[in-house]
Design a protein around this ligand. Sequence first.
Ligand code: PRT
Ligand code: MG
Length: 216
Amino acid sequence: MITLALSKGRIFDDILPLLTAAGIEVLDDPEKSRKLILDTNQPDLRVVLVRATDVPTYVQYGGADLGVVGKDTLLESGSLGLYQPLDLQIAKCRISVAVRQGFDYAAAVKQGSRLRVATKYVAIARDFFATKGVHVDLIKLYGSMELAPLTGLADAIVDLVSTGNTLKANHLVEVETIMDISSHLVVNQTALKLKHEPIRKLIDAFSQTLAQSATA
Ligand code: PRT
Ligand code: MG
């Protein structure tokens, strides 16, 4: 049995076409069912639904053989010795610095005073500002980062952006892109050895589809 860890929402929705192209059909709709273990049309493949941030942990400890996870989550968790064979090019977004409209970010950075930055991505933010030589006080949040600059909790946030609509709706502007983000396939190293054949088959099926859509 091969166990694939996915998170509900955009990653699940975006991986479906890749699964379909590989001949895999998930037999339950996670938005309708409360099941956490979903069967597929392949008797030896099942899907487990976990929080996006828990996917690397499940795969690291073998609770799942493979998983699909955003590069943001992987970088933030330190990637834990997982084999990362494929960038699946799904759930694309970017991780950016944003501030309140009218806040002079360039001046704040140039002045060399400490910038207060709120984020869920403390490791990514620390690396980014350290490389730039900007002194920051990082404030760890678990959600609604957009609120931080509006309430005076922070000068800036580091958060994921896709359309930019959420920033706009909260009178925030993106001032720097830290990196582009997409979701990657991660594989448990032991599973890769012990279940080499079916896992290899799945990786090959995904990469074939990706190669086809790249040339299409
Ligand atoms: O939501 P939950 O707390 O359960 O967990 P999660 O946020 O870790 O999971 P989920 O499903 O929201 O995100 C999973 C992965 O999707 C992330 O790790 C990213 O790699 C990827 N992804 C792609 C995104 C976005 N696009 C995205 N837009 N994750 C979050 N967002 C947020 C963004 O920060 C903003 O708040 O969605 C909101 C809408 O974005 P705009 O710019 O389109 O308005
Ligand atoms: Mg979310």
